[in-house]
Design a protein around this ligand. Structure first.
Ligand code: NAD
Length: 344
């Protein structure tokens, strides 16, 4: 079997996807700078496979490095070819993901997210590797009030992070047009990935002060934060709090494998797919479910709206459901329960 390169494969979504890939017998090489992860995740992934008696010999390689380092990326492709196992597909997770940080430090985001992608794509082309699944985001859309977003909805990111994702999508569109018989590209627009592997052996590793709801919920559950702040109680939604489309990270992981198979089994193409459940849940609903499911009680209070937030972001996921051999199977209760198992 040919090899897959997973950039940023030790991050939250990457590590869960690597686990699914290893389960399914894929051979993977991970490159990760560890700017938002740790070597411990690599060790955890190896351990889970050992517990399951899965033979990892030669199937899972980790290289610490930055995708902006051209020589390193070239070397990874060359070495794989020399071993007679060329990399034939890339899943490109690597990137910085904090909306707030991207507003404070846009140059860092453009440099890491866009220069890194250009570098990766040049090396892929030089090494005749034309399959790529790219981690895009629902932030590329211009939000619509109480309307679900499909892949043809207007694009219009509201922050530098979203602009870097859209720019990468445009670069991928251009290279596809330049050689439409070669490139197979899938732009996976994730909605809100949460949860963790149900074994409790892997999860999200929030480094620093998180900005997203679930990592904050976990800090509150651990007693590292005294209370939870809800940004706004007067949004035009059913209970006044924002509505999001939360998707279990293992469902998201499986979507990557389905997208990869789709690309390999079909003619070259560039396709954007929403990866969400199609169900909206409010922040208050999540908090209540999280408390009930985990038997935890903690205080929360309302603060003013946060810059850049939108009231309603829910995926119309019909295209992904129709094209991919994939369906999200885990619900909000699974997401709340699994996210905490990893902490115990
Ligand atoms: P993450 O931060 O947990 O994982 C990203 C990984 O990439 C980290 O391990 C980090 O160390 C690594 N990395 C960052 N820059 C790098 C570089 N220049 N070279 C090599 N490695 C680098 O993020 P995640 O939640 O796993 O998200 C994965 C991808 O999906 C990101 O591109 C993110 O923007 C995108 N995304 C995430 C979400 C989300 O809510 N988690 C939503 C939509 C899209």
């Amino acid at each position: 079997m040919k090899r897959i390169l997973a950039t940023g494969g030790l991050g939250f979504v990457g590590s869960h996807t690597c686990l699914s890939l290893l389960y399914q017998g894929y051979k993977i090489i991970v490159i990760d700078s560890l700017i938002n992860s740790s070597f411990e995740i690599y060790q955890k992934l190896k351990k889970i496979n050992e517990v399951l008696n899965l033979e990892l010999n030669n199937k899972f390689t980790f290289i610490k490095g930055d995708i902006r380092n051209s020589a390193l990326i070239e070397n990874i492709f060359q070495e794989a070819s020399m071993k007679d196992q060329p990399i034939n597909s890339v899943i490109h997770f690597a990137g910085l993901k904090s909306v707030n940080q991207s507003i404070l430090n846009p140059l860092q985001y453009w440099d890491s997210n866009v220069i890194g992608t250009i570098n990766l794509l040049k090396t892929m082309r030089n090494n005749q590797c034309f399959n790529i699944v790219f981690s895009s985001s629902a932030t590329v859309y211009k939000p619509k009030l109480n309307r679900m977003l499909d892949e043809n909805s207007d694009l219009g990111p509201m922050n530098p992070y979203g602009m870097t994702k859209l720019t990468n999508e445009k670069i991928l569109e251009d290279i596809f047009k330049s050689d439409p018989n070669k490139w197979s590209i899938s732009l996976l627009r994730y909605f809100n990935p949460v949860g963790a592997h149900s074994s409790g052996s892997l999860g999200e590793l929030p480094i620093g002060m998180p900005n997203n709801l679930f990592p904050i919920l976990m800090k509150v559950a651990l007693g590292e934060l005294d209370f939870l702040s809800i940004y706004g109680k007067d949004w035009p939604t059913k209970d006044g709090t924002c509505i999001r489309d939360f998707i279990h990270v293992m469902d998201l992981a499986e979507a990557h494998i389905a997208a990869l198979k789709f690309l390999i089994d079909n003619r070259p193409q560039n396709i954007a797919l929403n990866i969400g459940t199609g169900k909206g849940t409010s922040v208050l609903e999540i908090i209540k479910t999280f408390q009930e499911v985990n038997g935890i009680c903690f205080p929360y209070h309302f603060v003013k709206r946060r810059m850049g937030d939108q009231p309603f972001l829910v995926a119309d996921n019909k295209l992904a459901l129709s094209l991919l051999d994939w369906i999200p199977t885990r619900n909000i209760v699974d997401m709340c329960a699994d996210s905490v198992k990893n902490l115990i």
